[in-house]
Design a protein around this ligand. Sequence first.
Ligand code: SF4
Length: 367
Amino acid sequence: METAELINELQSFGARLVDPKAGADSRRGGAGPSDHKAMTIDGMTVMVPVHTAPAFESPYLVERPDAFGRSRVLRDGLAIGDISFPLRPRFYDLETADGIPYSKIAVLHGRDVLATTVLQTCIRYQSRTKTCQFCSIGQSLAAGRTVAHKSPEQLAEVARAAVLLDGVKHMVMTTGTPNATDRGAAVLCESAFAVKAAVDLPIQAQCEPPDDDRWFERMKASGIDALGMHLEAVTPEVRARIMPGKASVTLERYQAAFEAAVPVFGRGQVSTYILAGLGDTPEAILAMAERLIAIGVYPFVVPFVPISGTPLESHPAPSPAFMHAILEPLAAMLAGADLRSTDIKAGCGRCGACSALSTYERAGRAA
Ligand code: SF4
């Protein structure tokens, strides 16, 4: 089986683990995709759902890893691929002077990404009628796995340790949306400024488009290298159904914000995150991707993962064929525009672990 095909299969179906403790602690709850474990397949570290409803029924079984974290994936008892689990990061063993474990402030994503949700609260999460149906930002907070607001000092301390102890290469800072004005840009600025003062680490910030484009200059001046403004869904009907609160920020506002942000951060350094499988057709996603690529925005398309405890926990994940129908032409479009995940300074597009997109890009280049 081709690597891209295997990644698509694993991300759609998830995997059962012979040893649930294998590898580093898995992501549960939080903003965006969750309930995964990082696994490395053919040099690519990808996030594979292991705690979702489909994963419990998955035809894929991952054997207990050996002492070096190496394991095999089986389907119907036949070994179809080798994988390894990234080791538990060393910074997880540390805590701040006031006794907060570093892992409650930021976590390792993929292989070398430090990720944090600066504000674990969100104006969109106050009521079930407004909340993004796929999001579990409040769950990890309610479960005591994180703190509501990570201070700039805490983030700087953890980022420095993660670079020194674990060789982390870039950082993702996302945030719940605190207000309807800057929409998180201000708290991301103060956080990035503190991290950059402590350690030389490329940072991607992620927020909704702020109400004023001058925030992009401020974010860049604060040390933010790349920006993610995440559409999640691309058609007005799907946005209104899946993310009724966030859909109040229109597609037109996203488009204008992308056009204003690209000259500030550079071509390919502004990205968006699109969840495939929520109702948008492959054609709609590819049409949006084409428009975004034309203005220098990298569209990172990932398979929707139904997170336990969210309103969409029983919604099916997209099939591998559905993902293939998007990712293969999308990788060709990116190559045609000379936009590469490997040129992104920081963030989800560079990490790539939540999608097989960068594997398609790599396969296209090799061909
Ligand atoms: S793609 Fe983004 S959300 Fe997914 S593991 Fe990488 S940094 Fe985290």
